[in-house]
Design a protein. Structure first.
Length: 285
């Protein structure tokens, strides 16, 4: 008897039409259930780790949230793909050669007509960062760049774990630093009205749970604490002091609620203490 193929994904029936170049393609999405996902630990970065299953092997859910045009490499989260305004389409299309060239410098054999794998999944986040530069404030492009940079860093870390001789750790570190900047800016922009976050359905940062805007405040502080630049000590201290004020808003009175689950309160308090210790250590140098 032929061996039954264990599928982990499928293609949606409705075609995807690129708003920039008109290329028609199919969107691939992940199947669920059937023992595909064996949830393991949650990291301090709120990333869910999955154990490989005997049936399906390793599965990387983060390979699938970005829609990518296989021709011009325009890429966004699924709901935003057609939302680029007619005004911005020519400029975004003009960057096609640049997008393709820069991705192929890292992954020469990339092909978004093939089923997603860890390489195309990782590439999709790099392309999303580039593509959101052409979206309006209604799409909260800075936050989505930050989320893409964070998920891209995680994906490069997965690639590095598989092959430590390709320099994937260097790209991982670059994306973590980009995430620090984007998360910090997205909070400022949401507060001054420069960008709108009201329409965001899922703040992530991973796919299994939405930690809301409180999770964004936590992640912004954590990323700065872990990956912020140490080149300028005084600037570092000032940024950490600002982050400490931000994270203090998360646990506030200490009472949990629907928007502030007890889990977020607890890890935010722990992070608040760590940031304080880091500041004192820097002051003592």
């Amino acid at each position: 008897m032929p061996v039954k193929e264990m599928k982990i994904s499928y293609y949606l029936k409705n075609p995807v039409i690129c708003p920039l170049c008109g290329t028609v393609s199919k969107r691939e999405d992940l199947l669920s259930g059937g023992g595909r996902f064996i949830a393991a630990d949650l990291t301090d970065e709120l990333r869910r780790i999955y154990e490989p299953s005997k049936k399906f092997g390793e599965i990387f859910p983060l390979n699938y949230p970005i829609t990518v045009c296989p021709a011009c490499f325009y890429a966004t989260y699924h709901d935003d793909f057609i939302l680029i305004t007619p005004k911005h389409r020519p400029a975004a299309l003009s960057q096609k050669v640049k997008r393709v060239r820069e991705i192929k410098m890292i992954f020469p054999d990339i092909d978004f007509n093939r089923p997603r794998d860890l390489i195309s999944g990782t590439s999709s986040y790099l392309l999303a960062i580039a593509s959101y530069s052409f979206h309006t404030k209604e799409c909260a492009p800075t936050f989505k760049k930050g989320l893409s940079a964070l998920r891209g860093a995680w994906s490069f870390d997965d690639l590095h774990a598989k092959d430590q001789n390709q320099g994937f750790d260097r790209f991982r570190n670059i994306l973590y630093r980009k995430a620090v900047d984007y998360y910090e800016k997205s909070i400022a922009y949401s507060q001054n009205g420069q960008e709108h976050i009201d329409g965001i359905k899922n703040f992530g940062p991973d796919l299994d749970k939405n930690y809301g805007f409180q999770g964004v405040l936590y992640m912004s502080t954590l990323l700065l604490y872990k990956y912020g630049s140490d080149e300028n000590r005084e600037e570092r201290i000032q940024k950490l002091m600002g982050a400490k004020r931000v994270i203090s808003k998360v646990f506030g009175s200490g009472k949990s609620s629907k928007s502030k689950p007890s889990f977020i309160l607890e890890i935010s308090k722990e992070l608040y203490a760590k940031v304080g210790e880091k500041i004192e250590g820097l002051k003592g140098e």
